[in-house]
Design a protein around this ligand. Sequence first.
Ligand SMILES: *Cc1c(COP(=O)(O)O)cnc(C)c1O
Length: 462
Amino acid sequence: MQGPDRLRLPRVDRVAARPELDRARAALGERVVVDLVRAALAEVRRAVLAGARAEPPDEAEVARDAHERAEAILTSRMRRVINATGVLLHTNLGRAPLGAKARDAVAELASGYCSLELDLSTGKRGGRARFVEAALCALTGAEAALVVNNCAAAVLLLLAAVARGREVIVSRGELVEIGGGFRVPEIMAESGATLVEVGTTNKTRARDYERALDAHPAAAAILRVHQSNFVQMGFVERPALAELAELSRSRGLPLLEDLGGGALVDLSAAGLSGEPTVGASIAAGVSAVTFSGDKALGGPQAGAIVGGATLVEAARRHPLARAVRLGRLPMAALEATLAAYLDGSAGRGVPVLALAHATYDEVRRRAERWAEVLRAAGATATVVDTEAELGGGALPGRTVRSAALRVMPAEGGVEAFAARLRDGRPAVIGRVQEGGVLFDARTVLDDEDELLLGRITGSLQG
Ligand SMILES: *Cc1c(COP(=O)(O)O)cnc(C)c1O
């Protein structure tokens, strides 16, 4: 038997009781600490048995190993981040920060019970999300709306409700993969619908859809997918949305559109023209549109289906709807975000919109102020012009003029400087470039200047 005794490894209980693990025990509890010690011991046991290690470790060494494992777990918790990357909707950074009103709404509703499914005027059970649905209809011109927990869920639910066991027609140019493993053919398969591909990668014409409809007269829908995260150039063709809508109407089947990102309002004033709006799709005659609450609205993670009442109600009644429904906290944030679109304050109150609309001069002046403060503190800081992007898989290649602070670390390499910036509260994420770290002023929130400058000065030295 090759037990711990034979290998003279320390005993689990003795290591777990050591002072090196006091902090881990307080934060994670006895059981987790014992498991971490076991894991640390298992690793040295393997090393000893493999001959990679001659002497067994003492208790203190194993305790230090377990302590590091505990620290790794503790630091893996989500932390506030200052986004100085120049990417507005950064998927790794939680996409859209919430505005003050959305934050307050979440805090207030989270602190107590709330009228999630209670109609306060009658005292009877009421539907969820009434305000959100009414707001989405008003803002997009759609007849009905339903919210779920993200856009992937919205697509899955809509397809399951409309086309389970039936065929759905999609252009080969739109069988896309969106980051994080959302692939149109796979979602389609999960929904129980059968994919009928038409056209080619670069060109799909109305005639291709017509031929597919002739060959598959029982098809349930045509699906159009926004090629959100890539662009095709050169010999590219696909029918206008209105043309496709006309075709689907004449054949008596719905046209569904997954916009994903898209935008609730036109962003051309911010120099980000070209992103299709939900309202334009509804106006063009699309039967139901799916989009993402964070990408399209700059709100919380959520997904929406808007369109004709029959389709939306079919989705609402589908058993999957319950499995993908939106929680009350994102619902509170979504209500407040949509309220800002309705009362006209979204341009200021929705942070992503406010950041996107700031003028280049404002952004540049802000970066210059930062540089002055840092130079006064003895840092090597300059300002450079940059191109910020919307991100979130929207408008690839399309950028907004921006400016960034460029800081060279006082000592050590630039990678170590970037690591020190990440390793604090709040963490700061910039872009390492040409021997310095760039802090793009386009994506740093209004009230983060002092925090950012404090973290940079504190991270200059190793
Ligand atoms: C982003 C995107 C999705 C997925 O949206 P989530 O809200 O992240 O689930 C789906 N379809 C398209 C076209 C997208 O761009």
